[in-house]
Design a protein around this ligand. Structure first.
Ligand SMILES: [Zn+2]
Length: 436
């Protein structure tokens, strides 16, 4: 099956950041087979889409989220220490069915906003992987390990034994990368962290973890080991494994220099919305990038960041980093769109995606410019960062398959996904109300 998209403004995100104002892209099965200027060439294709007035770009990549946490959205948003008052206690009421239903909802929401790939960290990740497979999205799927009993294990660090069956089961899947997701450096034992590094080597899978997010995490590790999280994780061997570090808010110049030595393996999932909503701080992304680190954007979970789309993150990224560095010209819109697409793909190891080039996998989105918020457009990147929102996403392809058409899911019914989730939420809602 081939699909020709013509008369479309193509933003390739390739090394030269090439653009074709009246361009075309040919999709052949899973792959992009041709891209260029549209000159009414004689190209045979099973399907032809006229993209007049629209922008075509690589799909957004959400580098850090918790798809199972939709039930927590808008609960106790402004409460101090929300993690220990709401999140940890209510997590006991998460079931396999609820995580599955929540993940289906979260993936629908991401697809409708142009997210074609993401990195997840939660419990029951075997079910999350099943939903990813069913929805045909690209994902790194990480089972959480934490030094306490959890909803999917009565043992402390129960995720370790879960991973022994979960990792080999999904290894080698074309769209799904199983991963190990230690919750944070200070919420795991030294022994568990050592085992995690061994397991990452044994199964050749990435690790994803919250790093330098909490001020008490910094304090605890300094008191215990005299190290920052980065120094501690380096010592344990994390930096030499494929390692997706979420947040990295409290990162000193020395930490950046240390991490930059492992730039090939250690990457950063930057979650500006969640970090600033919780008043935790602004990560030093300018310095990270200058040191040669790879950075992608992430929303964090639906409880921390509330939305799962990257339009909101791009805007917050611009606002906060320009203010933080007191430099209006810093991070032009083009660079922010690059971080949200190609930067994310590089962060998650999705090397076959991230740009529109022949031979790459077709993870693409088409954004319409007919809506009231999209006029006029002097600069397409500015329009994407500052004017657009998820409702402008018209079509979405993952690995060559059309998953969103005319703003609707092609293969799934959102109403049904939502009512299924709502049915599963009874007990959770009753427990949540007791704590409000
Ligand atoms: Zn998180």
């Amino acid at each position: 099956m081939t699909t020709l998209i013509k008369n479309v403004h193509v933003l390739t995100m390739d090394d030269e950041m090439k653009e074709y104002k009246k361009g075309y892209v040919l999709i052949d099965e899973e792959n992009i087979s041709a891209v260029g200027e549209w000159k009414e060439q004689n190209i045979q294709s099973d399907e032809v889409i006229d993209g007049s007035g629209s922008l075509l770009l690589p799909g957004f990549v959400n580098t850090h989220t918790h798809a199972g946490m939709i039930p927590f959205r808008s609960l106790g948003d402004d409460v101090p220490d929300r993690l220990r008052r709401f999140l940890f206690p209510l997590e006991a009421f998460m079931t396999k069915g609820l995580v599955k239903a929540s993940s289906a909802y979260a993936i629908s929401e991401m697809l409708l906003s142009g997210v074609t790939g993401f990195c997840d960290m939660y419990y029951f990740e075997d079910q999350v992987a099943e939903v990813c497979e069913e929805f045909h999205v690209r994902a790194v799927v990480g089972e959480t390990i934490i030094d306490m009993p959890t909803c999917d294990s009565s043992d402390h660090s129960g995720g370790l034994s879960y991973c022994e069956t979960f990792l080999p089961k999904w290894q080698g899947h074309p769209l799904i990368t199983p991963a190990i997701a230690p919750h944070a450096p200070n919420t795991n034992t030294n022994e568990a962290l050592e085992k995690i590094v061994e397991m990452s080597k044994k199964y050749d899978v990435p690790i994803t973890m919250h790093v330098a997010e909490m001020d008490y995490e910094m304090k605890e590790l300094a008191e215990k080991y005299g190290l920052t999280p980065f120094g501690y994780l380096e010592k344990l061997g994390f930096m030499e494994q494929p390692f997706i570090m979420a947040h990295c808010i409290h990162m000193s110049e020395d930490d950046i220099a240390l991490t930059a030595k492992y730039a090939e393996t250690a990457k950063i999932a930057h979650c500006i919305g969640a970090n600033t909503k919780s008043a935790k701080g602004v990560a030093p992304v300018k310095a990270m990038l200058e040191a040669g680190l790879t950075v992608g954007l992430g929303t964090d979970g639906p409880s921390s960041g509330n939305t799962l789309d990257l339009f909101s993150q791009m805007k917050l990224f611009a606002n906060f980093h320009k203010t933080y560095e007191k430099d209006r010209a810093l991070f032009p819109a083009k660079e922010i769109v690059r971080l949200a697409t190609r930067g994310g793909a590089e962060t998650l190891g999705f090397h076959e995606t991230g740009s529109i080039q022949p031979g790459k996998k077709a993870d693409l989105i088409m954004v319409e410019t007919e809506s009231v918020n999209m006029f006029p457009i002097f600069d397409p990147y500015s329009a994407l960062v500052y004017s657009a929102n998820p409702s402008n996403v018209q079509q979405v392809w993952v690995n060559g398959r059309l998953l969103v058409e005319n703003h609707q899911l092609v293969e799934h019914d959102l109403k049904q996904i939502r009512s299924n989730l709502y049915k599963q939420m009874d007990k959770f809602v009753a427990e949540a109300k007791k704590r409000m």
